[in-house]
Design a protein around this ligand. Structure first.
Ligand code: ARG
Length: 461
């Protein structure tokens, strides 16, 4: 076995399996297979430009790498073996195909920079797929918002009815958070967008590698500024994990809203049968399992984020094997976010609004602020208005009534300032129409927000 590793020459003894197997990363870093091959194809050219390899050797190496890529793509199960990591696997297969030229490929290069390269290429390849899923969920929310028209519902603070809003405003509130996730994913991708090759193991490489040309060949917009920083830098992975965990937090909150708004006590929306599961015992049950799972899975993504920060915090400058802990969390967070986005999109797309229920919940005593604003418009200071309406609310509650039941005379008993128009002014629709700012639930503002969302989606392709 001592001949089987990339570094065997230095050692007298074969590795102890208890130590070697512990350090193996191939079972998970095989996901970087394609990226590793693309990096090596470009590295072969870079060695050519540096005068290390001649054209014929480069051609044989690249031909061999393409065969390796082809085979791995056709049969992913072939990308396996007792290699230490994916870099060793690709090199072993290349040497098996082209012999000594394959042994020349690693000239001037370290796995420390290679793994950084592969991981950066992976991010660039995979993050856009997550962003497309984020957009699909935003589109589902926009479709529901459009369908809900001018339906009203209560907005809550402290989980108590606060003020009436359009249902579309509520739906677009979740779209607004997801838009930030879309940006945050782009920021993580931008952070990964720097070529680490040329850094060597830690001090830089001794060959005349044209890093600008290599960066361009691999599609990077820039080259890293410092080889020592680069060998221990996983900030881009942390940024991705942060973006993914915060996106999962947003999905978890969306899920929570769906869970209680579809519960019997609210009945604001109906969950489609296809979005729910039944109970093995209680025939009446229709459970929102997919939403509960999304809420539950947010914890894993947060855990992966924290785990990598903790793994990195005490590291001395330069590569340390601890950094191998960067990958599994990223892969799992990526997968968790992808399936959670899909589940949310499916559930949201098939929700049915019950506007009579949401509208009823949006009327009554939550119009108290509008009643106070009415008095303010008539010249009463807000503090006094708050007190007048507070007394009304207390007495109406005791009598089991609300604003809707009051005659003009009853209104006037509380304040001379109440005119006959008060009933119209103190209604849920009047309340939303009275909001004025662009971010408010004013129907024109919400219409504009919906149009902006549609235009943004269209511009993203
Ligand atoms: N499997 C390693 C990782 O994921 C690759 C780099 C190994 N470098 C080393 N010096 N052992 O970080």
């Amino acid at each position: 076995m001592s001949g089987g590793h990339l570094w065997s020459g230095r050692f007298d003894q074969a590795p102890d399996p208890a130590a070697f197997d512990f350090g193996v990363s191939f079972p998970f870093d095989r996901q970087l297979f394609e990226d590793d091959v693309f990096g090596s194809l470009a590295w072969a050219d870079a060695l050519g430009r540096a005068g290390v390899l001649d054209a014929a050797a480069i051609a044989r190496i690249k031909d061999g790498l393409r065969q390796v890529l082809e085979r791995g793509r056709q049969d992913p199960s072939w990308v396996a073996g007792d290699d230490e990591d994916v870099h060793s696997f690709v090199e072993r297969q290349l040497v098996a195909l082209v012999g000594d030229d394959g042994r020349r490929l690693h000239t001037g290069r370290s796995r420390n920079e290679q793994v950084s390269l592969d991981f950066r290429l992976y991010m660039r390849r995979r993050i856009p797929l997550l962003q497309a899923r984020v957009r699909a969920l935003i589109a589902a929310l926009a479709d529901q918002a459009e369908r809900s028209g001018e339906a009203l519902m209560p907005a809550y603070t402290h989980m108590r009815r606060a003020m009436p809003v359009l249902v579309s405003h509520f739906l677009l509130s979740h779209a607004a958070a997801l838009r930030r996730d879309h940006v945050r994913l782009a920021v993580a991708m931008d952070e990964a967008d720097a070529l680490p090759l040329g850094s060597g193991a830690v001090a830089g490489t001794g060959y005349a590698i044209d890093t600008a040309a290599l960066a361009a060949a691999l599609g990077f917009s820039r080259v890293v500024p410092n080889s020592m920083d680069t060998s221990s830098d996983r900030d881009f992975a942390v940024s991705f994990l942060h973006a993914a965990s915060l996106a999962m937090v947003h999905l978890s909150r969306l899920a929570e809203d769906v869970i209680y708004f579809t519960a019997e006590e609210f009945g604001f929306f109906d969950l489609a049968d296809s979005s729910a599961t039944g109970s093995s015992m209680m025939p009446q049950k229709k459970n929102p399992d997919p939403m509960e799972l999304v809420r539950g899975k947010a914890g894993r993504a947060i855990g992966h984020h924290v785990a990598l920060l903790v793994a990195m915090k005490g590291l001395p400058t330069g590569y340390n094997k601890d950094l191998q802990e960067d990958k599994e969390g990223v892969f799992d967070s990526e997968q968790t976010l992808a399936v959670s986005l899909d589940a949310c999109t499916a559930v949201i797309a098939k929700l049915t609004l019950r506007p009579e229920r949401t509208g009823k919940a949006a009327s009554g005593l939550l119009l108290a602020t509008d009643a106070a604003d009415y008095l303010v418009r008539k010249g009463l200071p807000f503090r006094n208005a708050h007190e007048v309406i507070g007394r009304m609310v207390r007495e109406l509650l005791a009598a089991g009534r609300d604003f809707d039941d009051l005659s003009p005379a009853e209104w006037r008993a509380y304040s001379e300032l109440f005119g006959d128009d008060v009933r119209e002014a103190v209604s849920a629709l009047a309340s939303v129409k009275a909001r004025r700012t662009p971010q408010s639930t004013n129907p024109d503002a919400v219409k504009a927000a919906l149009a902006e969302t549609r235009a943004w989606l269209a511009a993203q392709g």
